[in-house]
Design a protein around this ligand. Structure first.
Ligand SMILES: *[C@@H]1O[C@H](CO)[C@@H](O)[C@H](O)[C@H]1NC(C)=O
Length: 395
């Protein structure tokens, strides 16, 4: 009897959890809830910490200037301007006499003048991943990794997108692109840095935002091309992400659904957030390949770790293929490209491998590290080096 009772409770337990899961999948078809899962913007990870005091994340006094940017549609975006260390050292005394914390008028701050007034200053526009704020996780060490290659000149500007941290509003595909454009326009117009001195750096969902940004800028009547683009742990698009994404690298959210391709395909038709990165990247490359000889050249680096449990590195393989394919008049199949890659790649053993393709109007790189996980890799030397290369004037 005890056995029957035990079996019965197991049976009811399974029934209940299947029911709960079905309910969860049902809830996922509601757009507002989808966005909560995709952006995780309310999971701030810096709870009870004031993101206007960057010293909490290991920065020196006034090495970081927090300020707000206003978007054309009226949202206010929380931003950090991070000074590189050698430039900081040269100005330490003057910087330490300035007030700390949020700058109400950033243009009056020395940090801003150091960026604007030096004709050799370089700038990274930084687009972070899902969840958290400007100060969470591996982001602060990652900001510091941006400038390692030229610590007297490489500034970094990072934002919390709408709906994240202290920024106003709710995240959306269109909204995040507006945020990215706002930051880029501010950098070019207010700080006066030409696109040839700007590199775009992004991780995880930030890579989708940045691909939308570079695509948007390159397809304007007067195309704008940044010096380079560095993508860390990107994904091909939301549709292929749903099958493989693991929250915090552990919870394979849609694994049970992914076992039924038709069910997954149906679910995907209901997910309104698309972030079609592979198409944006291919269109961007085609756009650049069509430009004339005098136009600037494009420079794209894709970096992924083999031990990334959140987003598998197969997404980078896919993106690289779409980029390479778009750079060739007659295209190339995935398998053909794989053969070429194996023949031409630099093998770094425990350090992973790298492939570089020089195209007619630019260069596309893929660097697969053996170690780095999903977030930690943003602070690694492979990233510092990629940023250096992306600033073509540096190397
Ligand atoms: C690859 O490029 C060719 C030629 O431009 C194009 O016809 C084809 O659709 C591309 N393949 C993919 C998967 O985008």
């Amino acid at each position: 009897m005890a056995l029957v009772a035990a079996l019965r409770s197991v049976f009811y337990g399974l029934l209940a959890s299947t029911g709960l899961y079905a309910l969860f999948i049902g809830l996922l078809t509601i757009p507002v809830l989808q966005d909560q899962v995709i952006y995780l913007n309310r999971v701030t990870l810096t709870w009870f910490q004031d993101v206007n005091i960057p010293e909490q994340w290991g920065f020196l006094r006034n090495q970081v200037t927090p300020f707000f940017l206003t978007t054309p549609d009226g949202e206010s975006l929380h931003a950090w301007h991070i000074l590189p260390l050698e430039l900081y050292r040269q100005n330490q005394e003057a910087l330490s006499t300035e007030p700390q914390g949020l700058a109400l008028d950033v243009k009056k701050r020395l940090s801003f003048k150091l960026l604007r007034d030096d004709p050799s200053s370089l700038l990274v526009l930084y687009f972070h991943g899902a969840a958290g704020t400007l100060g969470s996780g591996w982001r602060p060490p990652s900001y510091r990794a941006m400038s390692v290659g030229a610590p007297h000149r490489i500034h970094t500007l990072a934002i919390d997108y709408r709906g994240f941290g202290s920024s106003s509003g709710y995240p959306s595909e269109k909204g995040l692109l507006t945020d990215a454009i706002t930051l880029a326009e501010w950098a070019m117009k207010e700080a006066g840095i030409p696109p040839s001195r700007i590199v775009i750096f992004a991780q995880s969902i930030g890579t989708a935002v940045s691909l939308s940004l570079v695509h948007h800028m390159a397809t304007q009547p007067k195309p704008v091309l940044f010096s380079g683009l560095v993508l860390v742990a990107p994904f091909a698009d939301v549709e292929s992400l749903t099958a493989t994404y693991r929250i915090a690298g552990t919870v394979p959210l849609l694994d049970p659904v992914a076992k039924f391709p038709r069910l997954l395909a149906w679910l995907n038709t209901l997910i309104i957030t698309k972030w079609p990165s592979k198409t944006k990247l291919a269109d961007f490359i085609r756009q650049c390949e069509d430009m004339d000889q005098e136009s600037p050249r494009y420079d794209v680096t894709i970096i992924h770790a083999e031990d990334d449990y959140d987003i598998p590195w197969s997404h980078s393989e896919k993106l690289f293929w779409h980029a390479a394919n778009a750079s060739m008049t007659h295209g190339i199949t995935f398998d053909e490209l794989e053969k070429e890659k194996i023949a031409s790649r630099v093998n770094n053993d425990a350090g992973g491998w790298a492939v570089e393709r020089r195209t007619r109007r630019g260069v596309i790189r893929e660097e697969i590290m053996k170690y780095g996980l999903h977030d930690r890799i943003m602070s690694y030397p492979v990233v510092s080096l990629a940023v250096m290369r992306a600033f073509k004037t540096l190397v």
